[in-house]
Write a protein that binds this ligand. Structure first.
Ligand code: AMP
Ligand code: FES
Ligand code: ZN
Ligand code: ZN
Length: 313
């Protein structure tokens, strides 16, 4: 297998590009794809301060690395979600990456700072863990960016993630979500812009990127995510991609180019109706935001009791 660019020995093939790459040209491809996403969607300017949400996984560490390589100003943000050993191990990966490179990592710990962990919160609010987790993460990203004076929050969502979310939203015709499923969400109500610079790159490429750049990342998936719908959508799309390379890219970018605008009016109307949460100031359609309601219910249950109940399940 030869590199399509230099004819040297290739280390990876990318079927949707119908091309193979050596290490050097693969790393260049990853940087170029991120630079193109940033330019096409006007994600970030060099004079802006970005806060990269890092989970300790391959995608978010890779996007932090690539942004720095491209010359952007980027600090990291790690959220301790209180998901047992998984959180301990993922936090260590994020810290090790930052300290080896002398980077600034902001840390927020949900149990310490807000008095509950995700397993307890999900149970108390009768939500599936990933839903309690997702809403907590979005809230804490906003809060940390605002407190630190950052212009943009960067996440490591890649093409596989975005195609799977789109698949789920289309399957159930969640038109409100479809209107907001964009690689850039503009700043609003004093909250920072949110961007996803990895939308042109897949999961397999991000794993290869980390290996080639010697980035240690947590390989395990979150234990609470096992069996969730999102993983099922990914498997379904992988089966399609295997017989028809490029399908995920066409599905997602075709949606952005040809369909997404049909749904934005509904989403924008909903945004207009938001006002500040009476407790924390975050934008919400109700009086109190979903995070504050979750925190209220979760802290009504002592964390230690929640942990014990989890362990006995
Ligand atoms: P996930 O929701 O686990 O698919 O993660 C999506 C993105 O959210 C990741 O690529 C990270 O950018 C960010 N993220 C997930 N977990 C954390 C965490 N514990 N701390 C900071 N950022 C996170
Ligand atoms: Fe959120 Fe697992 S990372 S539930
Ligand atoms: Zn090459
Ligand atoms: Zn609130």
């Amino acid at each position: 297998m030869k590199c399509t660019v230099c004819k040297g020995p290739a280390v990876i093939d990318i079927r949707r590009h119908n091309a193979n790459f050596c290490s050097e040209h693969f790393l260049r491809l990853c940087r170029d794809q991120v630079a193109k996403a940033i330019k096409d969607f006007e994600m970030l300017r060099p004079d802006e301060r970005a806060l990269v949400a890092v989970s300790g996984g391959k995608d978010s560490l890779a996007v932090w690395d690539i942004l720095l390589e491209l010359g952007y100003q980027a600090d990291g943000l790690y959220l301790g979600l209180g998901i047992g050993d998984y959180s301990d191990a993922s936090g260590e990966m994020a810290r090790a990456f930052a300290s080896a490179r002398g980077l600034h990592l902001v840390e927020i710990d949900l149990p310490t700072d807000h008095g509950f962990d995700i397993p307890t919160g999900a149970r108390a609010a009768r939500r599936v863990p990933c839903s309690a987790c997702g809403l907590s993460k979005r809230h804490l990203f906003d809060e940390a960016a605002r407190e630190g004076g950052y212009d943009v929050v960067v996440t490591g969502h890649n093409l596989d993630d975005e195609a799977a979310v789109l698949f789920g939203n289309v399957l159930h015709w969640q038109t409100d979500y479809l209107g907001r499923q964009l690689p850039v969400l503009p700043a609003r109500h004093g909250f920072p812009r949110k961007v996803k610079p990895l939308v042109r790159l897949g999961e397999r490429e991000m794993a290869a990127y980390c290996v080639l750049r010697n980035i240690d990342y947590i390989v395990e998936e979150c234990p609470m995510a096992a069996g969730n719908k999102h993983l099922g959508y990914k498997e379904a799309l992988n089966a399609i991609e295997a017989t028809s390379p490029g399908s995920k890219h066409d599905f997602y970018f075709g949606f952005l180019a040809r369909a997404s605008a049909h749904f934005t009016t509904e989403a924008e109307a909903e945004q207009q109706e938001l006002h500040p949460c009476g407790r924390c100031g975050a934008p919400t359609p109700g009086e109190v935001c979903a995070f504050c309601r979750l925190a209220e219910r979760a802290t009504a249950v002592p964390v230690s009791l929640g942990r014990r109940a989890e362990a006995s399940r």
